[in-house]
Design a protein around this ligand. Structure first.
Ligand code: ADP
Ligand code: MG
Length: 278
């Protein structure tokens, strides 16, 4: 018996199963007392090791996917966002859209949970063993531009094409240069019908020409990104400022997503009627 146990210990060390090794003595005691059967003992040891490894795998994958701080669908308050169809989100969480290499668009004003939902779907995909990568559009283009300068654009595009789900967050907040739009187009083209994407934006598709600084590239982008697509429009209030909504003027609350902030007033600016013109 001791001989067999020593052999099991040696095997667990050799197989790098430290959690099972730790649990061995306790499991053996349960077995000897007749509390569990032999097959339950095997199950317990493997389950211990597997759970530990899965937790570690998920932690590492969430970090490399840039999905931290992680969000979940369970922590999303659907009652706060009544325009959102809970069933559609639950269907997306089945992750078939990844297998079908579809594009999911979350559109809506700031604070309505677009990034939260995109991240939560990314986390679900990581848990299901899929490779995921998340970036803001600005960071993604910055990375592509840097790779291009270093003569490594093709490699970078291949890297971003490997993930089975690419999440591109915050389309529309920052203006994109024409060169940047071209780089993003190359990436979208490489993934087209091969890999799934989730995109979040505060701007409607009609404004993409403006967002990408070039209507031709914007049209070509939309052509690919709307072909096999799911569009989820969220129309609601910001969750971020939910407790301060009364402090924000009505016209700002209503138009927050579309109306850019007014340009800062410059002292030398002449009044509108021109009366004070020098
Ligand atoms: P958006 O990307 O649309 O600007 P976020 O997803 O970043 O908005 O949401 C802003 C913050 O509010 C995040 O911390 C997010 O987790 C939280 N949040 C947004 N909507 C909800 C909701 N319905 N239930 C719970 N938390 C939410
Ligand atoms: Mg966001």
């Amino acid at each position: 018996m001791t001989e067999v146990l020593d052999r099991i210990r040696g095997a667990l060390v050799g197989l790098k199963m430290p959690r099972a090794l730790e649990a061995l003595d306790h499991t053996m005691q349960q077995l000897e007392k007749g509390e569990i059967t032999g097959i339950e003992a095997i199950d317990a040891l493997l389950a211990e090791e597997y759970a530990t490894r899965e937790t570690r795998r998920i932690d590492v994958a969430l970090l490399t996917a840039k999905l931290l701080p992680a969000k979940t669908l369970e922590s999303f308050d659907f009652s706060f966002q009544p325009s959102l169809d809970r069933e559609r989100i639950a269907a997306l969480a089945q992750l078939d859209f990844i297998r079908r290499a579809e594009v999911v668009h979350f559109l809506g004003p700031p604070g309505t949970g677009k990034s939260h939902l995109a991240t939560a779907l990314g986390v679900a995909a990581v848990k299901a063993g899929r490779q995921v990568y998340r970036a803001t559009l600005a960071d993604l283009i910055g990375g592509l531009a840097k790779a291009e300068r270093q003569g490594q654009l093709a490699e970078k595009i291949r890297f971003h094409s490997r993930a089975s789900l690419l999440i591109v967050d915050e389309i529309g907040y920052l203006p994109i240069t024409q060169g940047g739009a071209n780089l993003f187009f190359q990436l979208v083209n490489a993934r087209y019908e091969k890999g799934a994407m989730i995109l979040t934006s505060n701007r409607g598709f009609a404004e993409w020409g403006e967002v990408f600084g070039d209507p031709v590239v914007a049209t070509a982008l939309l052509d690919r990104l709307l072909h096999h697509a799911v569009v989820i429009q969220i129309e609601g209030a910001s969750y971020r400022i939910r407790s301060h909504a009364d402090l924000i003027p009505e016209h700002v609350r209503a138009n927050a997503p579309i109306t850019p902030p007014p340009p800062p007033k410059r002292r030398e600016r002449p009044p509108r009627n021109g009366a004070a013109n020098p």
